[in-house]
Design a protein around this ligand. Sequence first.
Ligand SMILES: *Cc1c(COP(=O)(O)O)cnc(C)c1O
Length: 349
Amino acid sequence: MTALFPPPSPLRLRLSAEALAHNWRWLAGQGSAACGAAVKANGYGTGATDVVRLLGAAGCRDFFTATWAEALAIRNAAADANISVLHGVREDDMPLALAGFARPVLNTPDQVRRWRDAGGGVCDVMIDTGMNRLGLSLADVSSGLLDGLTIETLTSHLASADEDVPQNGEQLAAFRAAVAAIPHRRASLANSAGICLGNDYHFDLTRPGLALYGGIPRPEAAPHIRAVVQAEAQILQLRTVAAGQAVGYNATWRADRDTRVAIINLGYADGYLRAFSGKGSASIGGYHLPVIGRVSMDLVALALPEGLDVGESDWVAIDYDLSQASCLSGLSPYELLTGLGARYDRLWT
Ligand SMILES: *Cc1c(COP(=O)(O)O)cnc(C)c1O
């Protein structure tokens, strides 16, 4: 039998390796701390193994995943680097965790006991400094819970580093108290936005995610962060919609004159959510193509301007500037990136 291979996808992400490495170097250059990379959620939708390989070549030595499945997926790409699993260890994770290619970030007293009882080696620990998400409280720790553990990285996470609010300073003070009280090799507090808060927040290791992938964590980073992701979709059908006719589910757009329309291979199953219905746009050859009607699961309709000559299977670029698309759709830049699904071909150049 002949082997069958899938054809190229009618949907692709053009990803800039140069922009990714530039963003990492800019973040790394903000202070003297080592700079890691959060690569959870498939590298924020861009492709975790490629991101690890590219950032490893740029000098990154610390990668953060949410789960053990994510850590396993980047294992080979991160051969010379540290992998930390932010969600710690459940009982089900223990066989993989004890294999030793990544460290758990221990978050709860149960996780600490599980790790110690199993004779797990070096680990990381997350301290909750006021976000009330994952992490041990300082009260948990003061009773000697961590005695005897070898802690590589002591971490905490900032809840509001994208804003100028007292919570940042409060979390900084709480983390300093933890750093003073708990033996560790390295301390790590800042995400992308936290890096922009200045040196006080950097400690030994930073953990940016969003800004690596082109998201703007705080306005002061905007001139320095480059776009990494450009989505492109192929035209599947061209039609002329006669004046008075409607397009798409529930007929939310109606032609006020005869209108040329392109149907493209993109939909909410690809992360292009219905929030872009009647609001999003694409471009080809310098022309602006507004989204008309509802975004479907796999399809979007674009109005074609007069004078534009396109054909079936031509590619259009989706307007997906993270800041603009975020304002337009009400989705956060994190949601815009991590929603990019499995149906894109991911092409790094
Ligand atoms: C996701 C995450 C990061 C990265 O945050 P960004 O805001 O994307 O830079 C860092 N640390 C922890 C604990 C995280 O969960």
